[in-house]
Ligand binder design. Structure first.
Ligand SMILES: [Zn+2]
Ligand SMILES: [Zn+2]
Length: 317
């Protein structure tokens, strides 16, 4: 398991002089840690948001970045995604600089995974993105995009035609509504979408990223699913949602029914991981309801004895 921030901090003390980042509004954010070298680190998984619909100030809405080949590939855009990307950049992940935020993959359209979409369309553009944001997601993502752009028509018009400097290509959004299968390929990565069962949603996906050095699977929101087992099949990193069964047992019956039909308990995730055999299982979107991290890990340990990380925002693997 790689916990990059620790290594980054060490390297900073040894080698770096701090760098600064001039934003378009004129403010200066100081990055006090140097960039990890992609050649040294290979593919990284950056947890931009590990939260749920609960407005926990310590956990932004769901968003993950796969960093490889100098490019960032975002998965989901929950509330807070842009600010967490900037926080990760200030910790040395240069690929998350605003102008580089050009690739987004959306698992499903639940608001805790998409409420930062408008921010991701607008803010990186305002701060220098000159290319379209290219988006892959389920049916409905096109309509969501069109409505966001319409909702911000006044802002976009002022920025393009008022008296502030602004480029035009960077506000464009290129949207692809996807079906399971290979959905994206470039010189760094192949991305495969697979269907996952998530309550009443007709279209919910997980994604597998195959890069030169790693296979990363982000399962999205899902009940226990064979499709996750197949997509991982010994993958390097499996990022999976989870709820604590001990906390769940205290929930009202109607919420228990919802969560059981939509999400995965620690006990169930242990069984999934034992079959999927990831080298590292990363827990996010943790619904705890008062349970402790140790109690949740004990649930997973009933079936899975591999490496498990309980992710917090800005952890890197
Ligand atoms: Zn969710
Ligand atoms: Zn969901």
């Amino acid at each position: 398991m790689r916990r990059v921030p620790i290594a980054v901090i060490l390297v900073c003390f040894l080698f770096c002089s701090c760098t600064s980042h001039q934003t378009e509004e004129g403010s200066t954010a100081v990055a006090d840690q140097p960039a990890p070298s992609p050649a040294q680190n290979g593919t990284l998984v950056v947890m931009l948001g590990t939260g749920t619909p609960n407005p926990d100030p310590e956990r932004s809405g769901c968003a993950t970045a796969v960093i490889t080949g100098g490019q960032a590939y975002l998965v989901d855009c929950g509330p807070g995604v842009v600010r967490r990307a900037e926080a990760a950049r200030q910790r040395g992940i240069d690929e998350l600089d605003m102008p580089n935020l050009t690739r987004l993959f959306v698992t499903h359209l639940h608001s805790d995974h998409t409420a930062g979409f408008a921010d991701l369309i607008l803010t990186p553009w305002v701060h220098g993105r000159e290319q379209p944001l290219v988006v892959y997601g389920p049916p409905g993502i096109k309509s969501m995009t069109d409505h966001i752009l319409a909702a911000y028509a006044e802002d976009i018009g002022i920025r393009l035609h008022g008296n502030q400097p602004q480029n035009e290509p960077g506000i464009a959004v290129e949207v692809h509504e996807i079906v399971p299968g290979e959905i994206y390929r470039d010189e760094n990565v192949n991305v495969t979408a697979f269907a996952v069962p998530h309550g009443a949603w007709k279209h919910a996906y997980g994604f597998r990223f195959d890069t030169a050095d790693r296979a990363v699977v982000i399962a999205g929101d899902t009940t226990p699913s064979d499709s996750v087992v197949e997509a991982c099949s010994g993958c390097d990193v499996l990022v999976h949602e989870v709820y604590a069964k001990t906390g769940f047992d205290g929930r009202p019956p109607d919420w228990q029914a919802y969560h059981k039909a939509s999400h995965t308990s620690g006990i169930e995730l242990g069984e999934i991981a034992a079959r999927a055999r990831p080298k590292l299982l990363v827990l996010y979107h943790q619904l705890m309801w008062g349970a402790t991290e140790e109690e949740l890990l004990a649930e997973i340990r009933q079936s899975f004895d591999g490496d498990v990380a309980f992710a917090d925002d800005l952890d890197v693997y």
